[in-house]
Structures are given as C-alpha cells and as structure tokens.
Design a binder for this molecule. Structure first.
Ligand code: NDP
Length: 264
C-alpha cells in the first residue's frame, strides 16, 4: 500500500520538502507521496495529521514546538530540545523526532576551526542548533529581538542578548535562525548591528533557503564564506526520509535523489 506524507507549516508554499521526498520515492520506486499542508491553528496539528491519514510528516515554521506537545512519544535528540520537525505514525501513535541539528552540522562540515558562534534568533531552530553546538564544546552567544525566549538559553549558560543590550565579540560563525527575510526583506536585527557582526566573523550561514536574504546578501558583499539553508535542508531531509521509509532505502541514494531535486 502506498504511504502518504506531508509538511505542516504557515507559510508552507515555499517548502522544497515535497520535491525532495517525491524525487526519492519516484526514482527509488518507493510507493509513497508527499504533499503540503497549510496549518493555521497549531492546536489542530494532531487531529489534522490523522484526518489526512498520514504515515509521517515534517513540521516547519512556526509549529515545531507545538508539534512536540502534540506527540504521544518523543525519540532521540528532540527530547533534549522540545522541538520536533519529523512525525511518524507508528500504529496510530504520533512519534516525534528532530533531524534539523544533524542536518545543520552536515551543512557546515566544510567550515573549519569553529569555536565561537553567534546565533541570531531564539526559536525552535535555534534550540536545536544551540544544543548541538554545546554538545560539540562550542561557545555560543544568542541575539534575539525580544527577551522572552532567551531564558531557555540563559539556563544553558549561553551569552544572551536583545538588540538593546548586545555586546559585540569576535565570532567564527554567525547563523541566522530567525524567519526575517523569509517572507519579507528584513534583517534579523537592525542593519547597523548586523553590519558590525559581519565585520567580526569568518563565516555566515542562513537557515533560510531558496532566496538570498538581506542578511546573506550583506555577508556576500563583505566577501565572507557563507551559505544559505539548502545543505541544512538536504541534511535534515535525508535523515527524515530514512525515518519515513523505515531505513529500507540506501542513505547515499536518498541523498543523490534529493540533491538532483534541487535542480528542478
Ligand atoms: P520560530 O518561529 O520557532 O522562531 C523564529 C525566531 O525568529 C524567533 O526567535 C523570532 O523572534 C525571530 N524572528 C521572527 N521574525 C523576525 C524578524 N522580523 N526580525 C527578527 N527576528 C525575527 O521559527 P523556526 O526556528 O522554526 O524557523 C526559523 C527559520 O529557519 C525559518 O525561516 C525556517 O524556514 C528556517 N529553517 C530552515 C531549515 C532548513 O532546513 N534549511 C530547517 C529549519 C528551519 P521572537 O522570539 O522575538 O519572536
């Protein structure tokens, strides 16, 4: 029987996940189909998942933390961070995983000698990446536009700042995990702050993919080595697909098909 998967988000029309997963299913002869679901009310996530008869799903902005709450069981790295980006229907139970952090580590593999990282944003993606960075022994600072979400990172002993009290340091890598630039042309913080940050870092990465955000454009203009979120997307997608297909497909073959889908 054919399996059905989807991605939940708001917005969701920009998501490349359907292309990536469908390329794998089609070219590796796996009987499955992957769609998009615009979800406005996150309290309806579980109900919608089962009403659609899904076997699994991905979750994107802004529903990753509510997806965690909706699960019957959480496995692996997602347990540590309270953020879920992959859902599996296991005999009528909703099981939650997180593949974003490992996806990002795959993406920055080519960046060398990273010790000090500045993370812009304090949402679900930031939680996943920061937990991973700390496990790797890296020093992490966070800059977010508002204070509420910073308390989580203060408990992890990260240096936490809002735009108003930001103290600039020297960084090896700055990562934009905010959604600024996704639907608009905003910088993740006032342009003057971003400018000084980019003058004091070696590498820049954006979690947003499919467009050059103002943040990434400025990093390019400053001739920093930088990348958008495509490789992160690829990394998290490969790991999610393995879960969807119950590890029946070869990982390298999944990666190859997903990479090809980026050319469509
Ligand atoms: P969340 O909604 O959990 O968090 C968003 C964060 O961005 C919050 O800290 C919020 O600040 C901040 N923010 C939102 N708008 C602005 C703005 N205009 N200016 C400054 N800060 C802003 O989102 P996620 O963590 O789930 O996702 C964040 C981004 O990462 C999205 O663009 C998503 O597409 C991308 N992403 C890409 C992946 C990939 O594979 N490439 C994987 C995962 C995510 P506040 O606390 O003040 O509200």
């Amino acid at each position: 029987m054919s399996k059905l998967f989807s991605i939940f988000g708001n917005p969701v029309s920009h998501s490349r996940s359907p292309l990536m997963h469908n390329a794998v299913f089609k070219n590796l002869n796996y009987k499955a189909c992957y769609t998009r679901t615009l979800l406005e009310d996150d309290t309806k996530l579980k109900e919608t998942f089962f009403a659609l008869g899904l076997d699994g799903a991905n979750v994107t902005v802004p529903h990753k933390e509510s997806a965690y709450e909706a699960c019957d069981e959480i496995r692996g790295f997602a347990k540590k961070i309270g953020v879920v980006n992959t859902l599996i229907n296991e005999n009528g139970k909703l099981i939650g995983y997180n593949t974003d952090a490992d996806g990002f580590m795959y993406a920055i593999d080519e960046f060398k000698d990273i010790k000090n990282i500045l993370v812009l944003g304090a949402g679900g993606t930031a939680k996943a990446l920061v937990q991973k960075f700390l496990e790797e022994g890296l020093h992490v600072s966070i800059l977010n536009r508002s204070e509420a979400r910073l308390s989580y990172f203060e408990k992890l002993n990260c240096e936490c700042y809002t735009w108003e009290n930001f103290v600039l340091k020297q960084y090896d890598l700055v990562v934009n995990t905010t959604s600024a630039g996704l639907k608009d042309e905003n910088f993740p913080a006032p342009k003057e702050i971003i400018e000084t940050i980019l003058n004091n870092t070696r590498y820049a990465a954006d979690a947003i993919y499919g467009k050059i955000t103002p943040f990434l454009q400025l990093a390019k203009e400053k001739q920093l080595t930088c990348k958008d979120g495509s490789d992160m997307l690829l990394g998290q997608g490969v790991l999610a697909n393995e879960l969807f297909c119950n590890f029946e497909l070869d990982k390298e073959a999944i990666k190859t098909q997903m990479q090809k889908s980026f050319l469509y």
